[in-house]
Design a protein around this ligand. Structure first.
Ligand SMILES: Cc1cc2nc3c(=O)[nH]c(=O)nc-3n(C[C@H](O)[C@H](O)[C@H](O)COP(=O)(O)OP(=O)(O)OC[C@H]3O[C@@H](n4cnc5c(N)ncnc54)[C@H](O)[C@@H]3O)c2cc1C
Length: 329
């Protein structure tokens, strides 16, 4: 457990937010266990990011630079990481649970023959049967409880962490660390499938930048879909989103699914309507400044995280709200 290796994902040559969120958690774990944090950055040009990682607590940053690695390349990244992990022999490997991390982490874990816990919402070190173990916390059993997972036999223990669920640390420019240049040691056969370009969906940024989000759940079934949700969004100048069942029903695009398998948002106002409040869902908006929940079941768990709750039928509440809002215009 002494060495924690963080794969610091770059996008457009810059560190992703989740890389810095993981650095803070890795540093906290290392402080508790008396270990140290190393990071690895793979890309076209990583020196600036390496310095940033040192300021965020990395004692060593392994820099793997090659113009062909500007965009994520599955085989090449897997090969580089497996080789580095074999040489460094960390006890723990942490990666961002982004779309790239969700592709890369299982490939690395499978090749190393070790365990991987995906989409963790928390990580702790706990003594179990006299040995320090990394305890990885994920929402489980259909979201009804938080599950603690340990990997006592295989090393390294691997985990991915969802973007936005952990806090970012403050950089300390006075921190010192070693920057180690590593040869990529890759050839053409490591590019069987190539990423040629990355296209950002416009909806992605709309959700991230939205000040108000109204999110619908399976409770809209009785209403025959989310037309009422759209009406409320228009009246509030909000962006719509949804829970897993709302996306599965085709009412809200998959790219606007909130939760552990979807997006993490923190708008000024998040209104959840007709969604019971499973941790898989609430983890995606728990950090919103103000949370309002509307559900007909007064005992729905969503009310536990809401600042304001309205227990009632959305078919009555939404039209009343829209009428009130429109009257004020
Ligand atoms: C590994 C894994 C990952 C997952 N990831 C996600 C994820 O990222 N996002 C996600 O959302 N889910 C995710 N899930 C699913 C999650 O566990 C829940 O099953 C899901 O969030 C439930 O969605 P819901 O609240 O819309 O539906 P339900 O749980 O069916 O809740 C519907 C709610 O609507 C209310 N309702 C019904 N009619 C009305 C009415 N007329 N007016 C007002 N209220 C009404 C009901 O009281 C109920 O509370 C995941 C599950 C697993 C196993």
């Amino acid at each position: 457990m002494k060495e924690i290796l963080v794969w610091a994902e770059l996008r457009d040559g810059r560190l992703t937010g989740v890389a810095l969120e993981i650095m803070k958690k890795a540093l906290d774990l290392a402080t508790l266990s008396g270990g140290r944090v190393s990071a690895v950055a793979i890309g076209r040009e990583c020196r600036e990011s390496a310095a940033e990682l040192v300021a965020h607590g990395a004692e060593r940053v392994f820099v793997v630079e090659d113009a062909r690695l500007d965009l994520y390349q599955a085989d090449a990244f897997t090969k580089i990481l497996c080789r580095l992990i074999g040489e460094i022999r960390p006890g723990i490997v942490l990666m961002g649970g982004t779309s790239v991390g969700a592709d890369l982490a299982p490939a690395v874990a499978a090749r190393l023959g070790t365990g991987l816990t995906a989409h963790c919402t928390d990580l702790r070190i706990e003594a179990i049967e006299g040995l320090d173990q990394l305890v990885m916390v994920v929402p489980g059993w259909r979201g009804n409880m938080m599950v603690k997972i340990v990997c006592p036999e295989k090393r390294p223990v691997m985990a991915t962490i969802r973007p936005g669920v952990m806090e970012r640390g403050r950089p300390e420019p006075s921190r010192e660390g070693e920057i180690v240049a590593v040869s990529p040691d890759i050839d053409e056969k490591d590019f069987r499938a190539r990423t040629l370009e990355r296209v950002r969906e416009s909806e992605e940024s709309a959700l991230e930048q939205a000040k108000i989000i109204v999110s619908g759940g399976f409770g809209f079934y009785e209403a025959g879909g989310v037309a009422l949700l759209d009406q409320l969004a228009r009246a509030l100048g909000a962006v719509t989103a949804g829970s897993r069942p709302a996306c599965d029903a085709g009412w809200v695009p998959e790219s606007r699914m909130i939760g552990q398998s979807g997006r993490t948002v923190s708008p000024d106002l998040f209104i959840s309507i007709g969604a019971s409040g499973a941790p898989h869902y609430t983890t995606g908006f728990a950090k919103s400044k103000l949370i309002v929940a509307i559900d007909k079941n007064p005992k729905a768990p969503v009310f536990d995280i809401a600042d304001f709750g309205v227990a009632g039928d959305l078919k009555e509440i939404i039209p009343a709200l829209v009428e009130e809002l429109e009257a004020k215009e």
